[in-house]
Design a protein around this ligand. Structure first.
Ligand code: ZN
Length: 537
């Protein structure tokens, strides 16, 4: 890793020709931008700003305008930094973020033809036992390892798959290329091939009565070993209301997306979604999921299933046109807490995506006109937070949580949607700043996507990356990033005075700041696909 810090913070994957270039600079020395021949392109003089509360930096965003393809150098009294501008600047990183999910595949081996040095034999192929009734044994192979651990969780997986499907529906040219995965060349776009691997597993996680198991994990997390060496018994954990709602939504959505490619797969998914919905209707009162006694794997508990039910009703209406679902969605709409969140907890944003971009005029007054008004209002929040931040980052200084990359990218998704709905350039620019954040324009001067950038995350909390004996981590995985809200005591001790946006350790055991997760990769795919497509127009 290049350890020379200059006063500049840039998108280390480069910038796209055709889109405005923004870089960050510390201090107040005048800045000169030069092209490859040494010609001065811009000279910028600015006042030293106040200290940015999240980072403790005196940082200024430099708007460098739209630049032609080439290599440029920023210079000031505080050093210099090179960056490139290319038409296809974000093609490779967007596709790597999708391929990062291939490396998380479970229940199969990763073949060297597709995984290169990161190949490994099949993992987690033994039948699972039902936690509540050990006499019940089922084959529930497949799916993606959720994060740094080897667990598989229904709701986070459904959300991640949905992000991929919406990325493909809205920005097909930004994410439609080949990934070199086993299914490549089968006539289906590879982003859909990769999502289908997770969807097939989701179908296996449904109980006969329509409910979905919360997760498939062991009783506790494995040590840092390779997945094929993790041979402890896996269990189907109890069913979960939120997981059932989000799985119904994701499968109904997927049934529309895959119908032109595979009608049988689409039918199976829609039937599963309907059965899940019927189970929810028969069980109106949420029992929040908590780990059974003796289980120590991820909780992912929610106190409300409103947003899951809402998203499911929207997608089932979109998939079937049946009024029952529209009426349910309308009934739930006033209780949906947020329309701009897209994570494993609140999924109202995914319902908004369905209403605003799929249903549109079919949605009616409540689910289009009223929802759009509320959505546009709520999407002002990440914009105003971005404006108040030295680096343009769309979260508040006290919201650097475990996986802060998720609220940052959720905000970007919301702002992209508003830009598409209204044509607002300020929203598009602010969303782009979040993409730059992920790729290096941040207080740590760190590209959070493995395999990219001259200062990149090298030691993610990710078991295969820690156990495979290879120096470079598995590529295309995005780190959760700084966390100063709920972090380990040892992290606090080591970083006591660090401001929130620098509360980060690039260390394998720092799960609280440097874990990876499939549902952090997936919003990055959505944002990357968007700007990768815009940059090609
Ligand atoms: Zn596995």
């Amino acid at each position: 890793m290049n350890t020379d810090l200059s006063c500049f913070r840039v998108n280390q994957a480069g910038y796209a020709a055709g889109l405005p270039v923004t870089a960050a600079v510390l201090g107040g020395s005048p800045v000169v931008l030069k092209d490859e021949s040494g010609n001065i392109v811009r000279e910028i003089v600015f006042e030293v700003p106040d200290t940015d509360p999240a980072s403790g930096d005196r940082v200024t965003l430099l708007s460098l305008g739209v630049l032609e393809e080439g290599v440029y150098t920023l210079k000031s009294g505080g050093g210099s930094r090179r960056f490139s501008v290319r038409r296809d600047a974000w093609d490779a990183v967007t596709h790597a973020l999708i391929k990062g999910l291939y490396y998380q595949r479970c229940g199969c081996g990763l073949d060297p033809a597709y995984a290169g040095v990161y190949a490994h034999p099949a993992c987690h192929t033994a039948p699972a036992l039902d936690w509540a009734d050990r006499n019940v044994s089922r084959k529930v192979y497949g799916g993606w390892h959720d994060a740094g651990d080897y667990g598989k969780y229904v709701k986070p997986g459904a959300v991640a798959a949905a992000h991929l499907l919406y990325a493909w529906m809205l920005f097909p040219r930004g994410c439609g290329g080949s990934l070199n995965i086993p299914e490549s060349g089968n006539g289906i776009p590879d982003i859909l091939n990769e999502a289908a691997f997770e969807l097939e597993w989701l179908l296996r996680m449904q109980r006969e009565d329509g409910a979905f198991h919360h997760k498939l994990t062991k009783a506790r997390f494995a040590p840092f070993i390779m997945p094929q060496d993790d041979l402890e018994q896996e269990y189907l954990m109890p069913v979960c209301w939120c997981a059932t709602g989000s799985a119904a939504a994701c499968l109904a959505l997927a049934s529309r997306v895959y119908r032109p490619f595979d009608g049988d797969f689409a039918d199976r998914m829609l039937q599963a979604a309907r059965r899940a919905w019927r189970w929810l209707q028969a069980h109106p009162d949420l029992v929040p999921f908590t780990n059974p006694e003796g289980v120590r794997t991820g909780g992912y508990g929610s106190r409300s299933d409103i947003s899951d039910r809402f998203w499911a009703a929207c997608e089932l209406f979109a998939a079937t046109g049946e009024e029952e679902y529209r009426l349910e969605a309308e009934k739930l709409f006033p209780s949906v807490r947020s329309l701009t969140q897209f994570g494993w907890s609140e999924v109202g944003g995914l319902g908004a995506l369905c209403c605003l971009f799929i249903l549109q005029d079919k949605a009616g007054d409540i689910l289009y006109t009223q929802l759009k008004e509320a959505f546009l209002r709520q999407s002002e929040e990440p914009l105003s937070l971005s404006r108040a931040s030295g680096y343009g980052t769309g979260i508040a200084a006290d919201r650097y949580v475990w996986g802060s990359i998720l609220p940052i990218l959720s905000g970007a998704m919301a702002m992209i949607m508003t830009a598409l709905l209204t044509g607002r350039e300020d929203m598009r620019r602010a969303a782009l700043l979040q993409w730059h954040y992920a790729l290096g324009m941040n207080a740590l001067d760190l590209c959070f996507v493995t395999g990219f950038g001259n200062r990149q995350v090298m030691h993610p909390h990710h078991r295969p990356s820690g156990a495979d004996g290879i120096d470079m981590p598995v590529p295309g995985l995005i780190s959760g990033g700084p966390n100063k809200v709920f972090c380990y005591p040892q992290t606090k001790e080591r970083l006591s005075d660090a401001p929130p946006a620098k509360h980060f350790l690039d260390e394998t055991m720092s799960a609280d700041t440097n874990e990876i997760a499939v549902y952090w990769n997936s919003p990055a795919v959505f944002v990357g696909a968007c700007f990768n497509q815009f940059s090609r127009i």
